[in-house]
Ligand binder design. Structure first.
Ligand code: F6R
Length: 251
């Protein structure tokens, strides 16, 4: 893995398995340190295709090296509106399928924003309060959307945004269409942690893979900071890590 300076940001570039190992090292150190202190580690987690090999590495460490998730509290970034937890495309299901079912995390310590709610504003405020009650997020993982979203903070999301109900951008719906068997099946709304909620995490890492992310990742890392590319707000986080494979870095 090599460190590359892009604008004001230091960026880690490497093979996907290398990136995943380094990210898993970060998580492992945090989990071990917190366990020694008799405390929980609070992880902020993402869905989508980007983190899958990283979750595989965490599962491997659990199985082969005994890394325990018993003291993990996790909050997922976002959830589609209306799918219900038993829907196979819900992020709740995705997280269990791809990580939680394979490690020793306690179900009561896992939170994903509610996909169904009579009162989304109240549910969103409750989600924020739960993060605060857990002591805030120690380590937040992010992917990046085709137009620069983090979580489902689409273009136009403000620096002060909090967990809330949002309308998905057309590009987000198009990108999700194959896994839903067509655009018409993709929910039009979601609930997402806000930009401010994300930036409060002690450490934030953004991972991107593949040539399709190259341009937007560069805008996020060294373009103008603002709501046009919500991921650009990370430039001002004091403990941000950018983890790119060669294709996303364009190297
Ligand atoms: C998912 C999320 C999204 C994804 C982004 C990239 O929880 O918050 O912001 O990280 O859409 O998705 P992939 O990784 O599928 O390219």
């Amino acid at each position: 893995m090599k460190k590359v300076q892009i604008g004001s940001q230091e960026v880690q570039v490497g093979e996907v398995d290398e990136l995943c190992r380094v990210l898993a090292d970060e998580v492992e150190s945090l989990l071990v340190a917190r366990a020694e202190q008799g405390k929980c580690a609070v992880l902020g987690l993402a869905t989508g295709s980007t983190p899958l090999p990283f979750y595989d590495e965490l599962i491997r460490r659990h199985r082969e090296e005994g890394l325990s998730f018993a003291n993990v509290i996790s909050f997922n970034l976002d959830e589609y509106e209306g799918l219900g937890r038993d829907h196979e495309r819900s992020y709740w299901c995705e997280m269990w399928r791809n990580l939680f079912d394979h490690v020793d995390v306690k179900q009561e310590n896992v939170s994903v924003p509610p996909s169904v709610s009579d009162d989304p504003d109240r549910a969103a405020a409750k989600y924020e309060a739960a993060i605060q009650a857990a002591g805030g997020i120690d380590w937040q993982l992010l992917g990046i959307g085709g137009e620069g979203h983090i979580g489902f903070n689409e273009k136009g999301s403000s620096l002060n945004s909090r967990t809330r109900r949002v309308t998905l951008a057309r590009k987000t719906i198009i990108d999700a269409a194959p896994s839903f068997g067509g655009e018409e099946n993709v929910p039009t709304h979601a609930i997402t942690m806000g930009v401010a909620s994300i930036l409060e995490a002690e450490r934030v890492v953004l991972m991107a893979r593949g040539a399709s992310k190259k341009e937007i990742v560069h805008r996020a890392i060294c373009g103008e900071v603002g709501p046009e590319v919500p991921a650009s707000f990370l430039q001002n986080h004091i403990n941000v890590g950018w983890f790119l494979d060669g294709d996303a870095a364009g190297s």
